[in-house]
Design a protein around this ligand. Structure first.
Ligand SMILES: *Cc1c(COP(=O)(O)O)cnc(C)c1O
Length: 549
């Protein structure tokens, strides 16, 4: 799914960079500073120094009023267009800005919720969207409704009141331990999603390293392809990130560079199975060996692919070792709400043994409200989500997952093989599971994305370098979907290749352009406005009224 609708941003960036004078001013005054920084960086190889230098420079530049004004004006315009777009996207369903004075009737409530779910232009139920929706099965949807109804007001924060919800969670965790070849010491918790699982693994290792080795300036060593949740965790937890490049052809992490990035402050090593951008799988065995050699915990991010790869060997597909079978692997994150097919809001974090999990917990012994121990980020947790996740595992059963996995992997391979035959595009590395990333040496690949978008397809844009990917789910294994996709790609490719040099138009132009903005704080600023627009409500009802549907 596209994270952004950036049509309006394009104008802003154009304006900002059309008149190059402010930049020239900065360039002139800063060339010497830059040269010094680069020289310094070259000598001491400290990434954070150049980053800090650049940020400082951009901060200085912001003190020049002409530039600051221009940037502010541009950002303000962007903000307004994001708001206009938010209004446009929700057209037809009026905003409710205050509590209704009397409670609504059930039919009315259901109608509004249904109308809201119907908003948006993509046919996500029928396989037009990459990733995002992992299963479409009306029997399962009804089951989820029934299960959630029963458990909706339960909360495992109170194990004495809801011991059965704790039991369901314990079973989900134990089942996952077995799927990933953990022994009797292996353990874990459920979380609200992949990001929380990763955040908790990072917290665990930060605290573990402080406790065991006295590390006070923790660092994590992660591939550049690792999910942005690691960066989020680093920001929350004050852990320094050391990024490791990937091998040029395989797009898997360079083990040689990973070894070099290890310092005495390293608290964890990370590999992905597979990573989100390219769907390639890091060499976990080699990372596990590094972990053992340097006595550093290894986290395997199987958020995306965990519930595919654990079934792939039985389904007849080769997959290199990646789980607790490898002695250096100390934790695994796997999302039940992706290829586990559970509703959103559940994931699992597993550890090799309890000594790690103990560092995940938060314990407050002296609170006036009592001794407070909680296993994850949340205090109260949704028993309904736990029960729904458990119920999904039971609904599928082992054979159900083998079937789903077989269909998804076969569909991905079918799409991959056919894409490889087409002129003008290439595939990044070797897709390990269900993600195929495309690039082009002949034209800007975003043009293909834009063209497919016009035909209703929603793919994910990648940057540095530009690429697009499709993440194949159960929804894409329905008859006809893969062939329709391939046919649309082929048709659009033949059109594009007739005039390969026409620049990218439409929403994705900004993605291409934003990669050329070296001041990432500007990119960060308009991203904040985009997030603001998700919470946009008009000032009054009349402003929002489109025709009711
Ligand atoms: C989706 C994903 C995550 C994060 O999961 P959320 O459930 O979106 O928080 C982490 N790692 C990978 C590889 C992913 O694809």
């Amino acid at each position: 799914m596209n994270t952004f609708c950036l049509n309006p941003v394009k104008g802003f960036i154009n304006n900002l960079f059309q008149d190059k004078e402010p930049w020239q001013i900065v360039t002139i005054t800063s060339t010497t500073i830059f040269t010094t920084i680069w020289l310094w960086n070259f000598v001491v190889q400290d990434e954070s120094l150049i980053e800090r230098g650049k940020k400082q420079l951009f901060r200085l530049r912001n003190y020049i009023p002409a530039i600051r004004n221009k940037i502010n004006k541009g950002l303000n315009n962007i903000n307004l267009s994001f708001e206009a777009e938010a209004l446009q996207k929700t057209k037809g369903v009026p905003f409710i800005l205050d509590l209704p004075s009397n409670g609504m009737e059930k039919v009315e409530i259901l109608k509004i919720v249904q109308n809201c779910v119907n908003l948006g232009g993509y046919d996500w139920k029928n396989g037009k969207v990459s990733g995002t929706v992992y299963v479409s099965d009306s029997k399962l949807v009804h089951l989820m409704g029934d299960v959630y109804k029963i458990a909706s007001y339960t909360n495992p924060l109170h194990p004495d009141v809801f011991p059965g919800i704790c039991k369901l969670e314990a079973e989900v965790v134990r089942i996952a331990c077995h799927l990933f070849h953990g022994d009797e010491d292996s353990c874990g918790t459920m979380t609200t999603g992949g990001t929380e699982s990763i955040l908790l693994a990072c917290k665990t290792y930060r605290d573990y390293a402080r406790h065991m080795k006295g590390i006070k300036n923790p660092e994590m060593v992660i591939p550049i392809t690792a999910h942005s949740a690691f960066d989020k965790a680093a920001q929350y937890l004050k852990i320094k990130v050391r990024l490791v490049p990937v091998n040029p052809h395989s797009y898997t992490v360079s083990i040689k560079h990973m070894e070099r990035a290890i310092t005495r402050n390293t608290v964890m090593l990370v590999g992905s199975t597979p990573n989100f951008p390219y769907g390639t799988m890091d060499n976990i065995e080699a990372i596990s060996n590094l972990g053992i050699k340097y006595n550093i915990p290894v986290h395997v991010d199987a958020c995306l692919g965990g519930f595919l790869i654990c079934f792939m060997p039985k389904a007849g597909f080769n997959i290199p070792p990646f789980d607790f079978k490898l002695p250096g692997v100390t934790s695994i994150s796997a999302d039940t709400h992706k290829y586990g097919y559970a509703p959103k809001g559940s994931s699992i974090i597993l550890y090799r043994n309890k000594s790690y999990r103990h560092h995940q917990y938060t314990i407050t012994t002296d609170w006036l409200g009592g001794i407070y121990g909680s296993p994850t980020v949340n205090g109260s947790r949704a028993g309904g989500v736990i029960a729904s996740c458990w119920a999904t595992l039971m609904y599928f059963g082992y054979d159900g997952y083998i079937n789903a996995t077989t269909n998804i992997i076969l569909t991905t391979k079918y799409i991959e093989q056919n894409l490889r035959k087409m002129d003008g595009i290439f595939i990044f590395g070797t897709p390990a599971t269900s993600v195929i990333a495309l690039g082009s040496n002949d034209f800007h690949i975003y043009k293909l994305s834009e063209a497919l978008n016009a035909k209703g397809w929603n793919l994910n844009p990648l940057q540095f370098p530009s690429g697009i990917h499709i993440c194949v789910t159960s929804v894409h294994t329905e008859p006809g979907v893969a062939n329709k996709f391939l046919k649309d790609v082929e048709t659009e490719l033949s059109i594009i290749l007739k005039n390969p040099n026409i620049p990218v138009k439409g929403k994705l132009a900004i993605y291409g352009m934003s990669q050329t903005i070296s001041d990432r704080t500007i990119v960060g600023d308009f991203t904040k406005y985009f997030l603001d627009s998700m919470y946009y409500t008009p000032k009054n009802q009349t402003a929002s009224n489109g025709p009711e549907i």
